[in-house]
Design a protein around this ligand. Structure first.
Ligand SMILES: *Cc1c(COP(=O)(O)O)cnc(C)c1O
Length: 383
């Protein structure tokens, strides 16, 4: 019989943690503020479809992704909730957005006028992006904002439903730049009639931290997955965040090597005494990159160091004693009271927690748990 995967390496996604984080956030921001669940980049590496369904089930009212392809993938998976594409879409692709009922982002008058040439019948739903200091995408001037609004009023091809901006520093202790952006947003809003629009500015950090008016909705990304937007925010979280993601594998080969024997490419690791070495089937092609050399994993009630260079598909662990083949090895997550968190891996790689689950490639199957039970197993290379 065909099984869903044949490899002893997998990501476990605890959807109960997603539920907890969304519900806690909803309580924190209040009933009148909607949650737009951000599931771009395959739900920050977790699995966009399952996270989206979970978030919608517990009260999120809309989804957001970066690109049109990601939105279409959600539609093809049977999700019919509103979806916003926050990034730039080609003007020539607006008909595709209309076909799948996907809301796009307009970020300049030029984009709008070009898109107009590609719509023959129906209308496309839009949110306006304004740039208040991120310097990435968005309208910067009141005049251009006015022109966008009046252009859509005189056209039958566009329907503006929302307006939003994005903060560059909401996760930092110093709130000066955040306040500048916030005030610029307030100011720009006065330019157009926005009473009927979905107005949103807060990402996870701003929603967690600021008691300021969050308008009609927040865009909840990283903290839906149970991660803190920055290390400096860890001290003062208004509620507990639960990490949904863990990365597991199993020992596939265990042997004793003698003092002086070598391990892996380059033969850079040499046993200082007789040692037990285990092999695990995960490598840099899975996103467990070579820079994680000498990092630790959890196995057999302890922390054990990786030894030798990480290969494309495998790497080696120095075991404290003989541990049988088939024993579970945790690369990210908890095992018998020991924890290796996503933040630990991020620190080791000198990056931010956002990057870590995104790094784990689609070659690694995802297992989804709800009420502590497996509800779905997804193998992207053998769908
Ligand atoms: C990714 C993204 C978000 C989510 O931010 P988090 O810090 O993950 O909550 C919100 N808005 C925009 C425009 C984004 O690109």
């Amino acid at each position: 019989m065909l099984s869903d995967f044949y490899r002893d390496t997998w990501v476990e996604v605890n959807l109960d943690a997603i539920t907890h984080n969304v519900l806690s956030m909803k309580k924190h921001i209040g009933e009148q503020v909607d949650i737009i669940a951000v599931v771009k980049a395959n739900g920050y590496g977790h699995g966009a479809v399952q996270v989206a369904k979970t978030a919608l089930d517990v009260g999120a009212s809309m989804l957001a992704v970066a690109f049109l392809d990601e939105a279409i993938a959600l539609r093809k998976a049977g999700i019919d909730a509103p979806i916003l594409v926050m990034g730039a879409t080609r003007p020539s692709d607006v008909e595709v957005a209309i076909q799948f009922n996907i809301t796009l982002t307009v970020f300049s008058i030029d984009w709008l006028m070009e898109a107009n040439q590609f719509i023959s019948s129906d209308k496309v739903h839009l949110h306006i992006k304004v740039d208040t200091g991120m310097g990435r995408l968005g309208v910067r001037e009141k005049d251009e904002l006015r022109r966008i609004f009046s252009y859509q009023e005189s056209s039958s091809h566009f329907e503006i439903d929302g307006i939003f901006t994005h903060f560059a520093t909401a996760d930092e202790n110093d709130s000066l730049y955040f306040v500048e952006q916030y005030e610029k947003f307030e100011e720009l809003l006065t330019t157009i009639p926005h009473q009927q629009l979905l107005v949103h500015c807060a990402n996870s950090a701003a929603a967690l931290k600021y008691q300021r008016k969050l308008y009609n909705a927040i865009r909840l990304g990283i903290s839906m997955y149970g991660l803190t937007p920055s290390i400096e925010m860890k001290q003062e979280l208004p509620f507990e965040l639960k990490e949904a993601f863990s990365l597991q594998t199993k020992l596939v080969h265990v042997k004793k090597i003698s003092k002086g024997e070598k391990v892996s490419y380059g033969a850079t690791y040499e046993a200082k005494e007789d040692e037990w070495i285990g092999t695990i089937p995960i490598g840099y092609a899975d996103g467990w990159i070579r820079r994680l050399k000498d990092f630790e994993v959890l196995v057999g009630n302890t922390r054990a160091p990786l030894v030798g260079r990480i290969c494309m598909d495998q790497c080696m662990v120095k075991l404290p004693n003989h541990i049988p083949v088939g024993t579970k090895v945790t690369l990210i997550g908890e095992q018998n009271g020991h924890v290796i968190s996503i933040d630990d891996v991020a620190k080791r790689l000198d990056t931010i927690n956002y990057e870590v689950p995104c790094m784990i490639t689609l070659r690694v199957p995802r297992i989804f748990l709800k009420n502590m039970r497996i509800i779905e197993r997804v193998n992207s290379i053998l769908p």
